[in-house]
Design a protein around this ligand. Structure first.
Ligand code: M6R
Length: 616
């Protein structure tokens, strides 16, 4: 994981790097550092902790007028988070500096070779090994930095996005990418380097996303030179994208946390996801990414959804939607299991990876495997231009905008929106639902953004409930049918930001084990909209009540049965059952948010987590 930032130009580098690192803290935040070029020397400052901690100890660097530098915010893989293991790392001579996002898998063998050649190591990191390998190559081969980086990377197994600086070539930064993202912002006479475009959007909207296996030599005042690392071919006219992100989108806009802002953005972003695709007046769903491959979808023997975390939960809802409407068998797999279990895939299968970041290493590897085995891969992804978006044959963006809070909220509801569009579109195209059913469904879907807006009113109630249960040590979340994945998602949200143990279960499974946990200290969140298996879930609620469990119920407006049994309830607007997860999930997001706030947890940057999991 980790975030990298670099700058070369005529502006002061330090504030650009520090602000950029703050925007990339979602990628990791256990340690951080910056190195600037200053009058023939390198000025380095790094520390365990967050970018704010770095700022507090780097006032000298802040005063420097340096116009070249690189910085890093870390999510530890090799070596615990401490000052020494923080990036940037310097080579033994002190002349080369590196920042790195990724893992060098064969670092141990390379380290042994370097130690045998007299190199010494101060940290436990694979990155310090890489910078010394580059130095070794440079010395042995008598080549310049760019060539040394290229030769060294050919010996490396693993993943990397790196930026390397040589004090002897102060007008140049060398970058390279394999498996981890790297964007180069192109300004006038200046370049920005970053893990994504957010650190430089106020300076330029021209960005080059390096492809895997590419490197670039970035020189101030000179044209960018991009090469293929392995075959040394120069990439002519690299593809420069025009960015469409505003500064406001990546700031908190008055909210206390990004998570809260992102919860509140859901009515708008779900509307954005539907925009131009759901044309209710014309009675159609228009998605060229499906139209272009319609026969594949109609003829699919099976659909495999692969994802991790919250995206996997969205995939489970997708399974219900696609099987229910389009009558195609669906399997949902954790990408990490799929890629290592010798799966059976045929060319008649469609594989749908789902990912907010588009950079999740396991999902990316699973896509590559599915492609090798002949499947058609249709991605559902949020980050435009991300690795997953580029690796898939076709796909749909979720248009949620930048999601900065580590806990996914709007990414989930927009993923559900795309899955609903996809399922309905395939279903009506293959005739597994009638035109009338299709029209009813799309009318319901069209109403979802407004219904999500109405559920925002549940915030104060969720806050009140949170006060009562913030000290709980365990939570149980129960749901049935379409709302079973919502129970899993509600539990994950609570765990990751409040550190309270929580389990999600299909409500009927409770009798097969978890019921043993229920006593007067166990809050049980029951997702029970008045659709689907309502009567069954009423029975489950009674079973909890009989054992004195505390019931927090999410019910449809006008419910009379469960509200009489529950200790607390939150009402949601009624909707067609397949679409209820997009509504029922909102009060659960608020509940976990307020519990985490009351417990004093770092909501946007929970311990041990990172937004983008680019290591397996
Ligand atoms: O970017 P992705 O959707 O591929 O990320 C998958 C998971 O890492 C992610 O959903 C994670 O579980 C979130 N922290 C959940 O809130």
């Amino acid at each position: 994981m980790c975030g990298i930032v670099g700058y070369i130009g005529s502006k002061e580098a330090y504030p650009i790097i520090i602000n950029g690192l703050k925007r990339l803290e979602y990628r990791g935040y256990d340690s951080t550092g910056v190195v600037l070029y200053k009058e023939g020397d390198l000025a380095l400052c790094k520390t365990k902790g967050k970018v704010a901690d770095l700022e507090a100890i780097s006032s000298k660097l802040a005063e420097s007028k340096s116009t070249i530098g690189i910085g890093h915010t870390r999510w530890a893989t090799h070596g615990e988070p401490n000052d020494v293991n923080s990036h940037p790392h310097l080579s033994n001579s002190g002349e080369l500096a590196i920042i790195h996002n990724g893992i060098i898998e064969n670092y141990d063998a390379i380290k042994t070779q370097l130690v045998n050649n007299g190199f010494v190591f101060h940290s436990d990191t694979d990155t310090e090994v890489l910078i010394n390998l580059i130095e070794y190559v440079k010395q042995q081969e008598g080549v310049k930095l760019g060539k040394a980086v290229q030769i060294a990377l050919k010996q490396v197994i693993g993943a990397y996005a790196i930026a390397v600086f040589d004090v002897k070539k102060p007008n140049e930064i060398v970058v390279a990418k394999l498996g981890s993202p790297l964007a180069i912002g192109i300004g006038e006479d200046e370049y920005f380097i970053a893990s994504d475009a957010t650190p430089f959007i106020e300076f330029t909207n021209n960005a080059l996303y390096l492809e895997d296996g590419e490197m670039a030599i970035i020189r101030q005042g000179r044209e960018l030179r991009v090469r293929n690392i392995n075959d040394d071919i120069k990439i002519e006219n690299p593809n420069i994208s025009t960015l469409n992100i505003s500064l406001d989108q990546i700031e908190k806009s008055g909210y206390d946390h990004f998570m809260l802002k992102e919860i509140h953005e859901q009515p708008d972003v779900v509307r954005d996801t539907l925009r131009g695709r759901l044309l209710v007046n014309e009675g159609v769903i228009k998605m060229s990414s499906i139209d272009d491959h319609l026969n594949k979808f109609i003829g699919a023997k099976r659909i495999l959804i692969i994802a991790c975390g919250t995206s996997w939960h969205a995939g489970l809802v997708g399974e219900y939607l696609i099987e229910d409407l389009a009558r195609i068998p669906v399997e949902v797999e954790y990408a990490s299991e799929f890629r290592y279990r010798n799966p059976i895939i045929t060319k008649d299968d469609i594989v749908i990876p789902i990912s907010q970041s588009g950079e999740t290493a396991d999902t990316l590897a699973a896509i590559k495997l599915a492609k090798e085995m002949g499947a058609f891969v249709y991605g559902i992804c949020n980050v435009v231009g991300s690795s997953i978006a580029r690796e898939t044959h076709s796909g749909a963006y979720t248009h949620a905008g930048p999601e900065i809070g580590v806990a996914s909220t709007k990414a989930f509801t927009t993923q559900l929106t795309v899955l609903a569009l996809l399922a309905a579109k395939i279903a009506v195209s293959k005739g597994s639902i009638s035109t009338t059913e299709f029209h009813q469904f799309i009318n319901q879907l069209d109403a979802i953004p407004n219904k999500i807006a109405q559920v925002m009113e549940s915030e104060s109630k969720a806050k009140e409930i949170a006060k009562e249960y913030a000290d709980a040590t365990n939570f149980l979340y129960l749901g049935r049918g379409y709302n079973f994945p919502v129970a899993l998602e509600g539990a994950l949200k609570l765990k990751e930001i409040s550190y309270i143990h929580a389990e999600g279960y299909p409500a009927a499974e409770m009798k097969h084990g978890p019921i043993a946990l229920i006593d007067e200290n166990m809050p049980v969140v029951v997702i029970a909209p008045k659709r689907g298996h309502y009567e069954k879930i009423v029975s489950n609620v009674m079973e909890i009540k009989a054992r004195k469990g505390k019931i927090i119920a999410i019910v449809s407006k006008g419910d009379t049965e469960i509200v009489n049994l529950a200790d607390h309830y939150i009402e949601i607007p009624d909707s067609a059952e397949p679409l209820t997860p997009m509504i029922t999930t909102i009060p659960l997001q608020f509940l976990s948010y307020y519990i985490a706030v009351i417990r004093g947890c770092n909501v946007d940057q929970p311990r041990n987590l990172a937004k983008s999991v680019t290591v397996e």
